[in-house]
Design a protein around this ligand. Structure first.
Ligand code: ATP
Ligand code: MG
Length: 144
C-alpha cells in the first residue's frame, strides 16, 4: 500500500510514519527544499522510536535534466549528509512529459506517447527502492 501524505508535517504524515515499511522523500535540487528535509529527518528519527524497522530514503525529483552536474550534484551531496535518511541515487528530472501525461489522464509508464527518458528514470528509481527494501537497509541507507 502506498500512502501519499504530502510534504508538510500533518497528522496523516505522522500516522503513516508509525506504520510505514519505507518512507520515500522526493526533494527538488533547490536550497529551500533541502532545508525542509531537516525537519522531515527529525520526524523520521522520532517515528523510529515506535517503528524502528522503517527505511527512509530521499531522492531528487524535478532535477535539472542533463545528468548529475551543478545543482543536482550539490543537492545530492547535501541529501547524503542528512542523518537518519538514506539517499536513493536515482534522480527524476524535471520533464514536461510529467504534466503532459497527467493532463491526458495517463501515468508516465503507460503514456502512449511517453517520454522514454522520464520512463527510464522512473523505472530506475522504482528498481532502487525495491533493491533497498530487499536488502533490508534501515537507516543511513545509501542505494548508490
Ligand atoms: N519530474 C517532474 N517533471 C516535471 N513536472 C513535475 C515533475 N514532478 C512533479 N511535477 C509537477 O509538479 C506539480 C506538483 O506535483 P505533485 O502534485 O506531484 O507535487 P507534490 O509535492 O505531491 O504536491 P503536494 O504537496 O501538493 O501534494 C505537478 O504539476 C507535476 O506535474
Ligand atoms: Mg502530493
Amino acid at each position: 500500500m502506498i500512502v501519499d501524505v504530502g510534504g508538510r508535517d500533518t497528522t496523516a504524515l505522522r500516522a503513516a510514519l508509525t506504520v510505514a515499511d519505507t518512507v520515500l522523500i522526493p526533494c527538488q535540487p533547490r536550497s529551500f527544499d533541502i532545508w525542509a528535509l531537516e525537519g522531515m529527518a527529525a520526524l523520521v528519527v522520532e517515528a523510529r522510536l515506535i517503528n524502528p524497522a522503517m527505511t527512509a530514503l530521499s531522492m531528487l525529483n524535478r532535477a535539472d535534466p542533463g545528468g548529475l552536474g551543478g545543482d543536482n550534484r550539490d543537492a545530492a551531496a547535501a541529501l547524503k549528509q542528512i542523518e537518519g535518511i538514506g539517499y536513493l541515487d536515482a534522480p527524476i528530472a524535471n520533464r514536461k512529459a510529467w504534466p503532459n501525461a497527467a493532463a491526458r489522464g495517463r501515468g508516465i509508464l503507460d503514456a502512449t506517447r511517453g517520454d522514454a527518458k522520464a520512463k527510464a528514470e522512473l523505472e530506475a528509481s522504482l528498481r532502487g527502492i525495491y533493491d533497498v527494501q530487499r536488502s533490508g537497509i534501515q537507516t543511513h541507507a545509501s542505494a548508490s
